[in-house]
Design a protein around this ligand. Structure first.
Ligand SMILES: *[C@@H]1O[C@H](CO)[C@@H](O)[C@H](O)[C@H]1NC(C)=O
Ligand SMILES: *[C@@H]1O[C@H](CO)[C@@H](O)[C@H](O)[C@H]1NC(C)=O
Length: 338
């Protein structure tokens, strides 16, 4: 069989090359049914189901076309029909992002350049040092800012105490409501750190588990559940990938934001993501940079996302590095001081 690959979209290409692009509707129906089972999709009624099928089919065409171009060497990454495939771009951006840019200069006065000439490694992966907790799924809640903020703090706490303890994004979603933070409707990592400083700590994920919604704004922080704290935070200079690289190498996982508007990113499946349309001026999604490296000559940032492990590569993205600040990765980076 030609279908030895582990990446399902490649199989899709082989099955449907004569494809949407001309495949029998029964093959397409089968594909749709299988996709729904795999991603546990159930729709309320017939019209909703028909609409979702239509959206899915458009996305399928997009993915097939992209992967055909990728196999012809035109792209450095592939796309796949993941759990977002029945959603429009607008829906993904509304429901799964949530980094705010209303005030792009938010706490910009906390910026300082602290770079020395000391050499840094050519690749870094903080997962290998146990500084990164497992990938989670924010669900249909614009809480990426909270996941990103706890991610960088988990790394700094591990560095300080020796243990990696997952911290609670829900604590931030419910309780960090000042300085522009607004639960599932978005927020800033800087404001989250400000809350943690003023609150005197943040609970562990175990003592304050994620709920995928704002709990009626009921803050349930307890000092018994506290597992992290910080005393300040450092905002990085805007747009400088060299400084960002130095900070990732010397400090640990860094909280950052990207432009996550594009379909190519929603359906990212593997490889080094490099869509030239991913501009760097409007950012809408917070993530965690956990390292960097180079793959077949392509420099990349190793990025932890919060869209579950079904979003490839196992919840991680390799985003092109040194490509003129692609997707704005170096525009809003920050880390907490513990
Ligand atoms: C079908 O379900 C959708 C989504 O839940 C809903 O918005 C719509 O009103 C429903 N339509 C009917 C006819 O019940
Ligand atoms: C930054 O500015 C804010 C108000 O815009 C102020 O509250 C804060 O103290 C300043 N921080 C520093 C480190 O200067």
């Amino acid at each position: 069989s030609l279908c030895l690959c582990s990446m399902h979209s490649v199989c899709v290409v082989l099955l449907f090359t004569s494809g949407v692009l001309g495949q029998s509707s029964s093959a397409l129906n089968k594909q749709w049914e299988e996709w729904k089972v795999k991603h546990q999709k159930v729709y309320n009624n017939q019209s909703e189901s028909l609409y979702r099928r239509e959206v899915w089919e458009k996305n399928l065409q997009l993915v097939l076309r992209h992967n055909q171009e990728a196999s012809a060497g035109q792209h450095t990454f592939t796309m796949g029909l993941n759990h977002l495939a029945d959603m429009t771009a607008e829906e993904v951006n509304e429901k799964l992002n949530g980094f705010k840019m209303k005030d792009p200069n938010h706490f910009r006065n906390w910026t300082s350049k602290q770079v020395s000439d000391a050499p840094i490694p050519s690749s870094v992966d903080w997962r290998k040092e146990c500084m990164v907790s497992p990938v989670q799924n924010q669900g249909y809640c614009g809480s990426c800012w909270a996941f990103s903020a706890v991610g960088a703090l988990e790394g700094q706490m591990k560095k300080k105490t020796g243990s990696l303890i997952p911290l609670s994004p829900q604590n931030l979603v419910d309780c960090s409501t000042n300085d522009g933070n607004n639960g599932c409707c978005g927020g800033f990592m800087t404001s989250a750190y400000k809350y943690i400083i003023e609150n005197g700590g943040i609970d562990s994920e175990q003592s304050y588990p994620y709920e995928e919604k704002v709990n009626l704004r009921k803050c349930r922080y307890t000092s018994e559940g506290k597992a992290g704290e910080c005393f300040g935070f450092q905002v990085l200079p805007q747009g400088d990938e060299n400084i960002l690289q130095y900070i990732v190498a010397t400090v640990g996982p860094i909280s950052a934001a990207i432009n996550a508007n594009l379909r190519t990113l929603h359906f990212y499946e593997g490889g080094v993501y490099n869509d030239p349309d991913c501009h760097n001026y409007i950012l809408n999604h917070a993530i965690l940079i956990v390292g960097y490296g180079t793959d077949q000559g392509e420099d990349f940032w190793l990025v932890k996302n919060s869209w579950g492990t079904g979003w490839e590569e196992a919840g991680y993205l390799r985003l092109a590095r040194n490509r003129n600040n692609l997707c704005g990765i170096a525009k809003d980076a920050v880390y907490p001081k513990v």
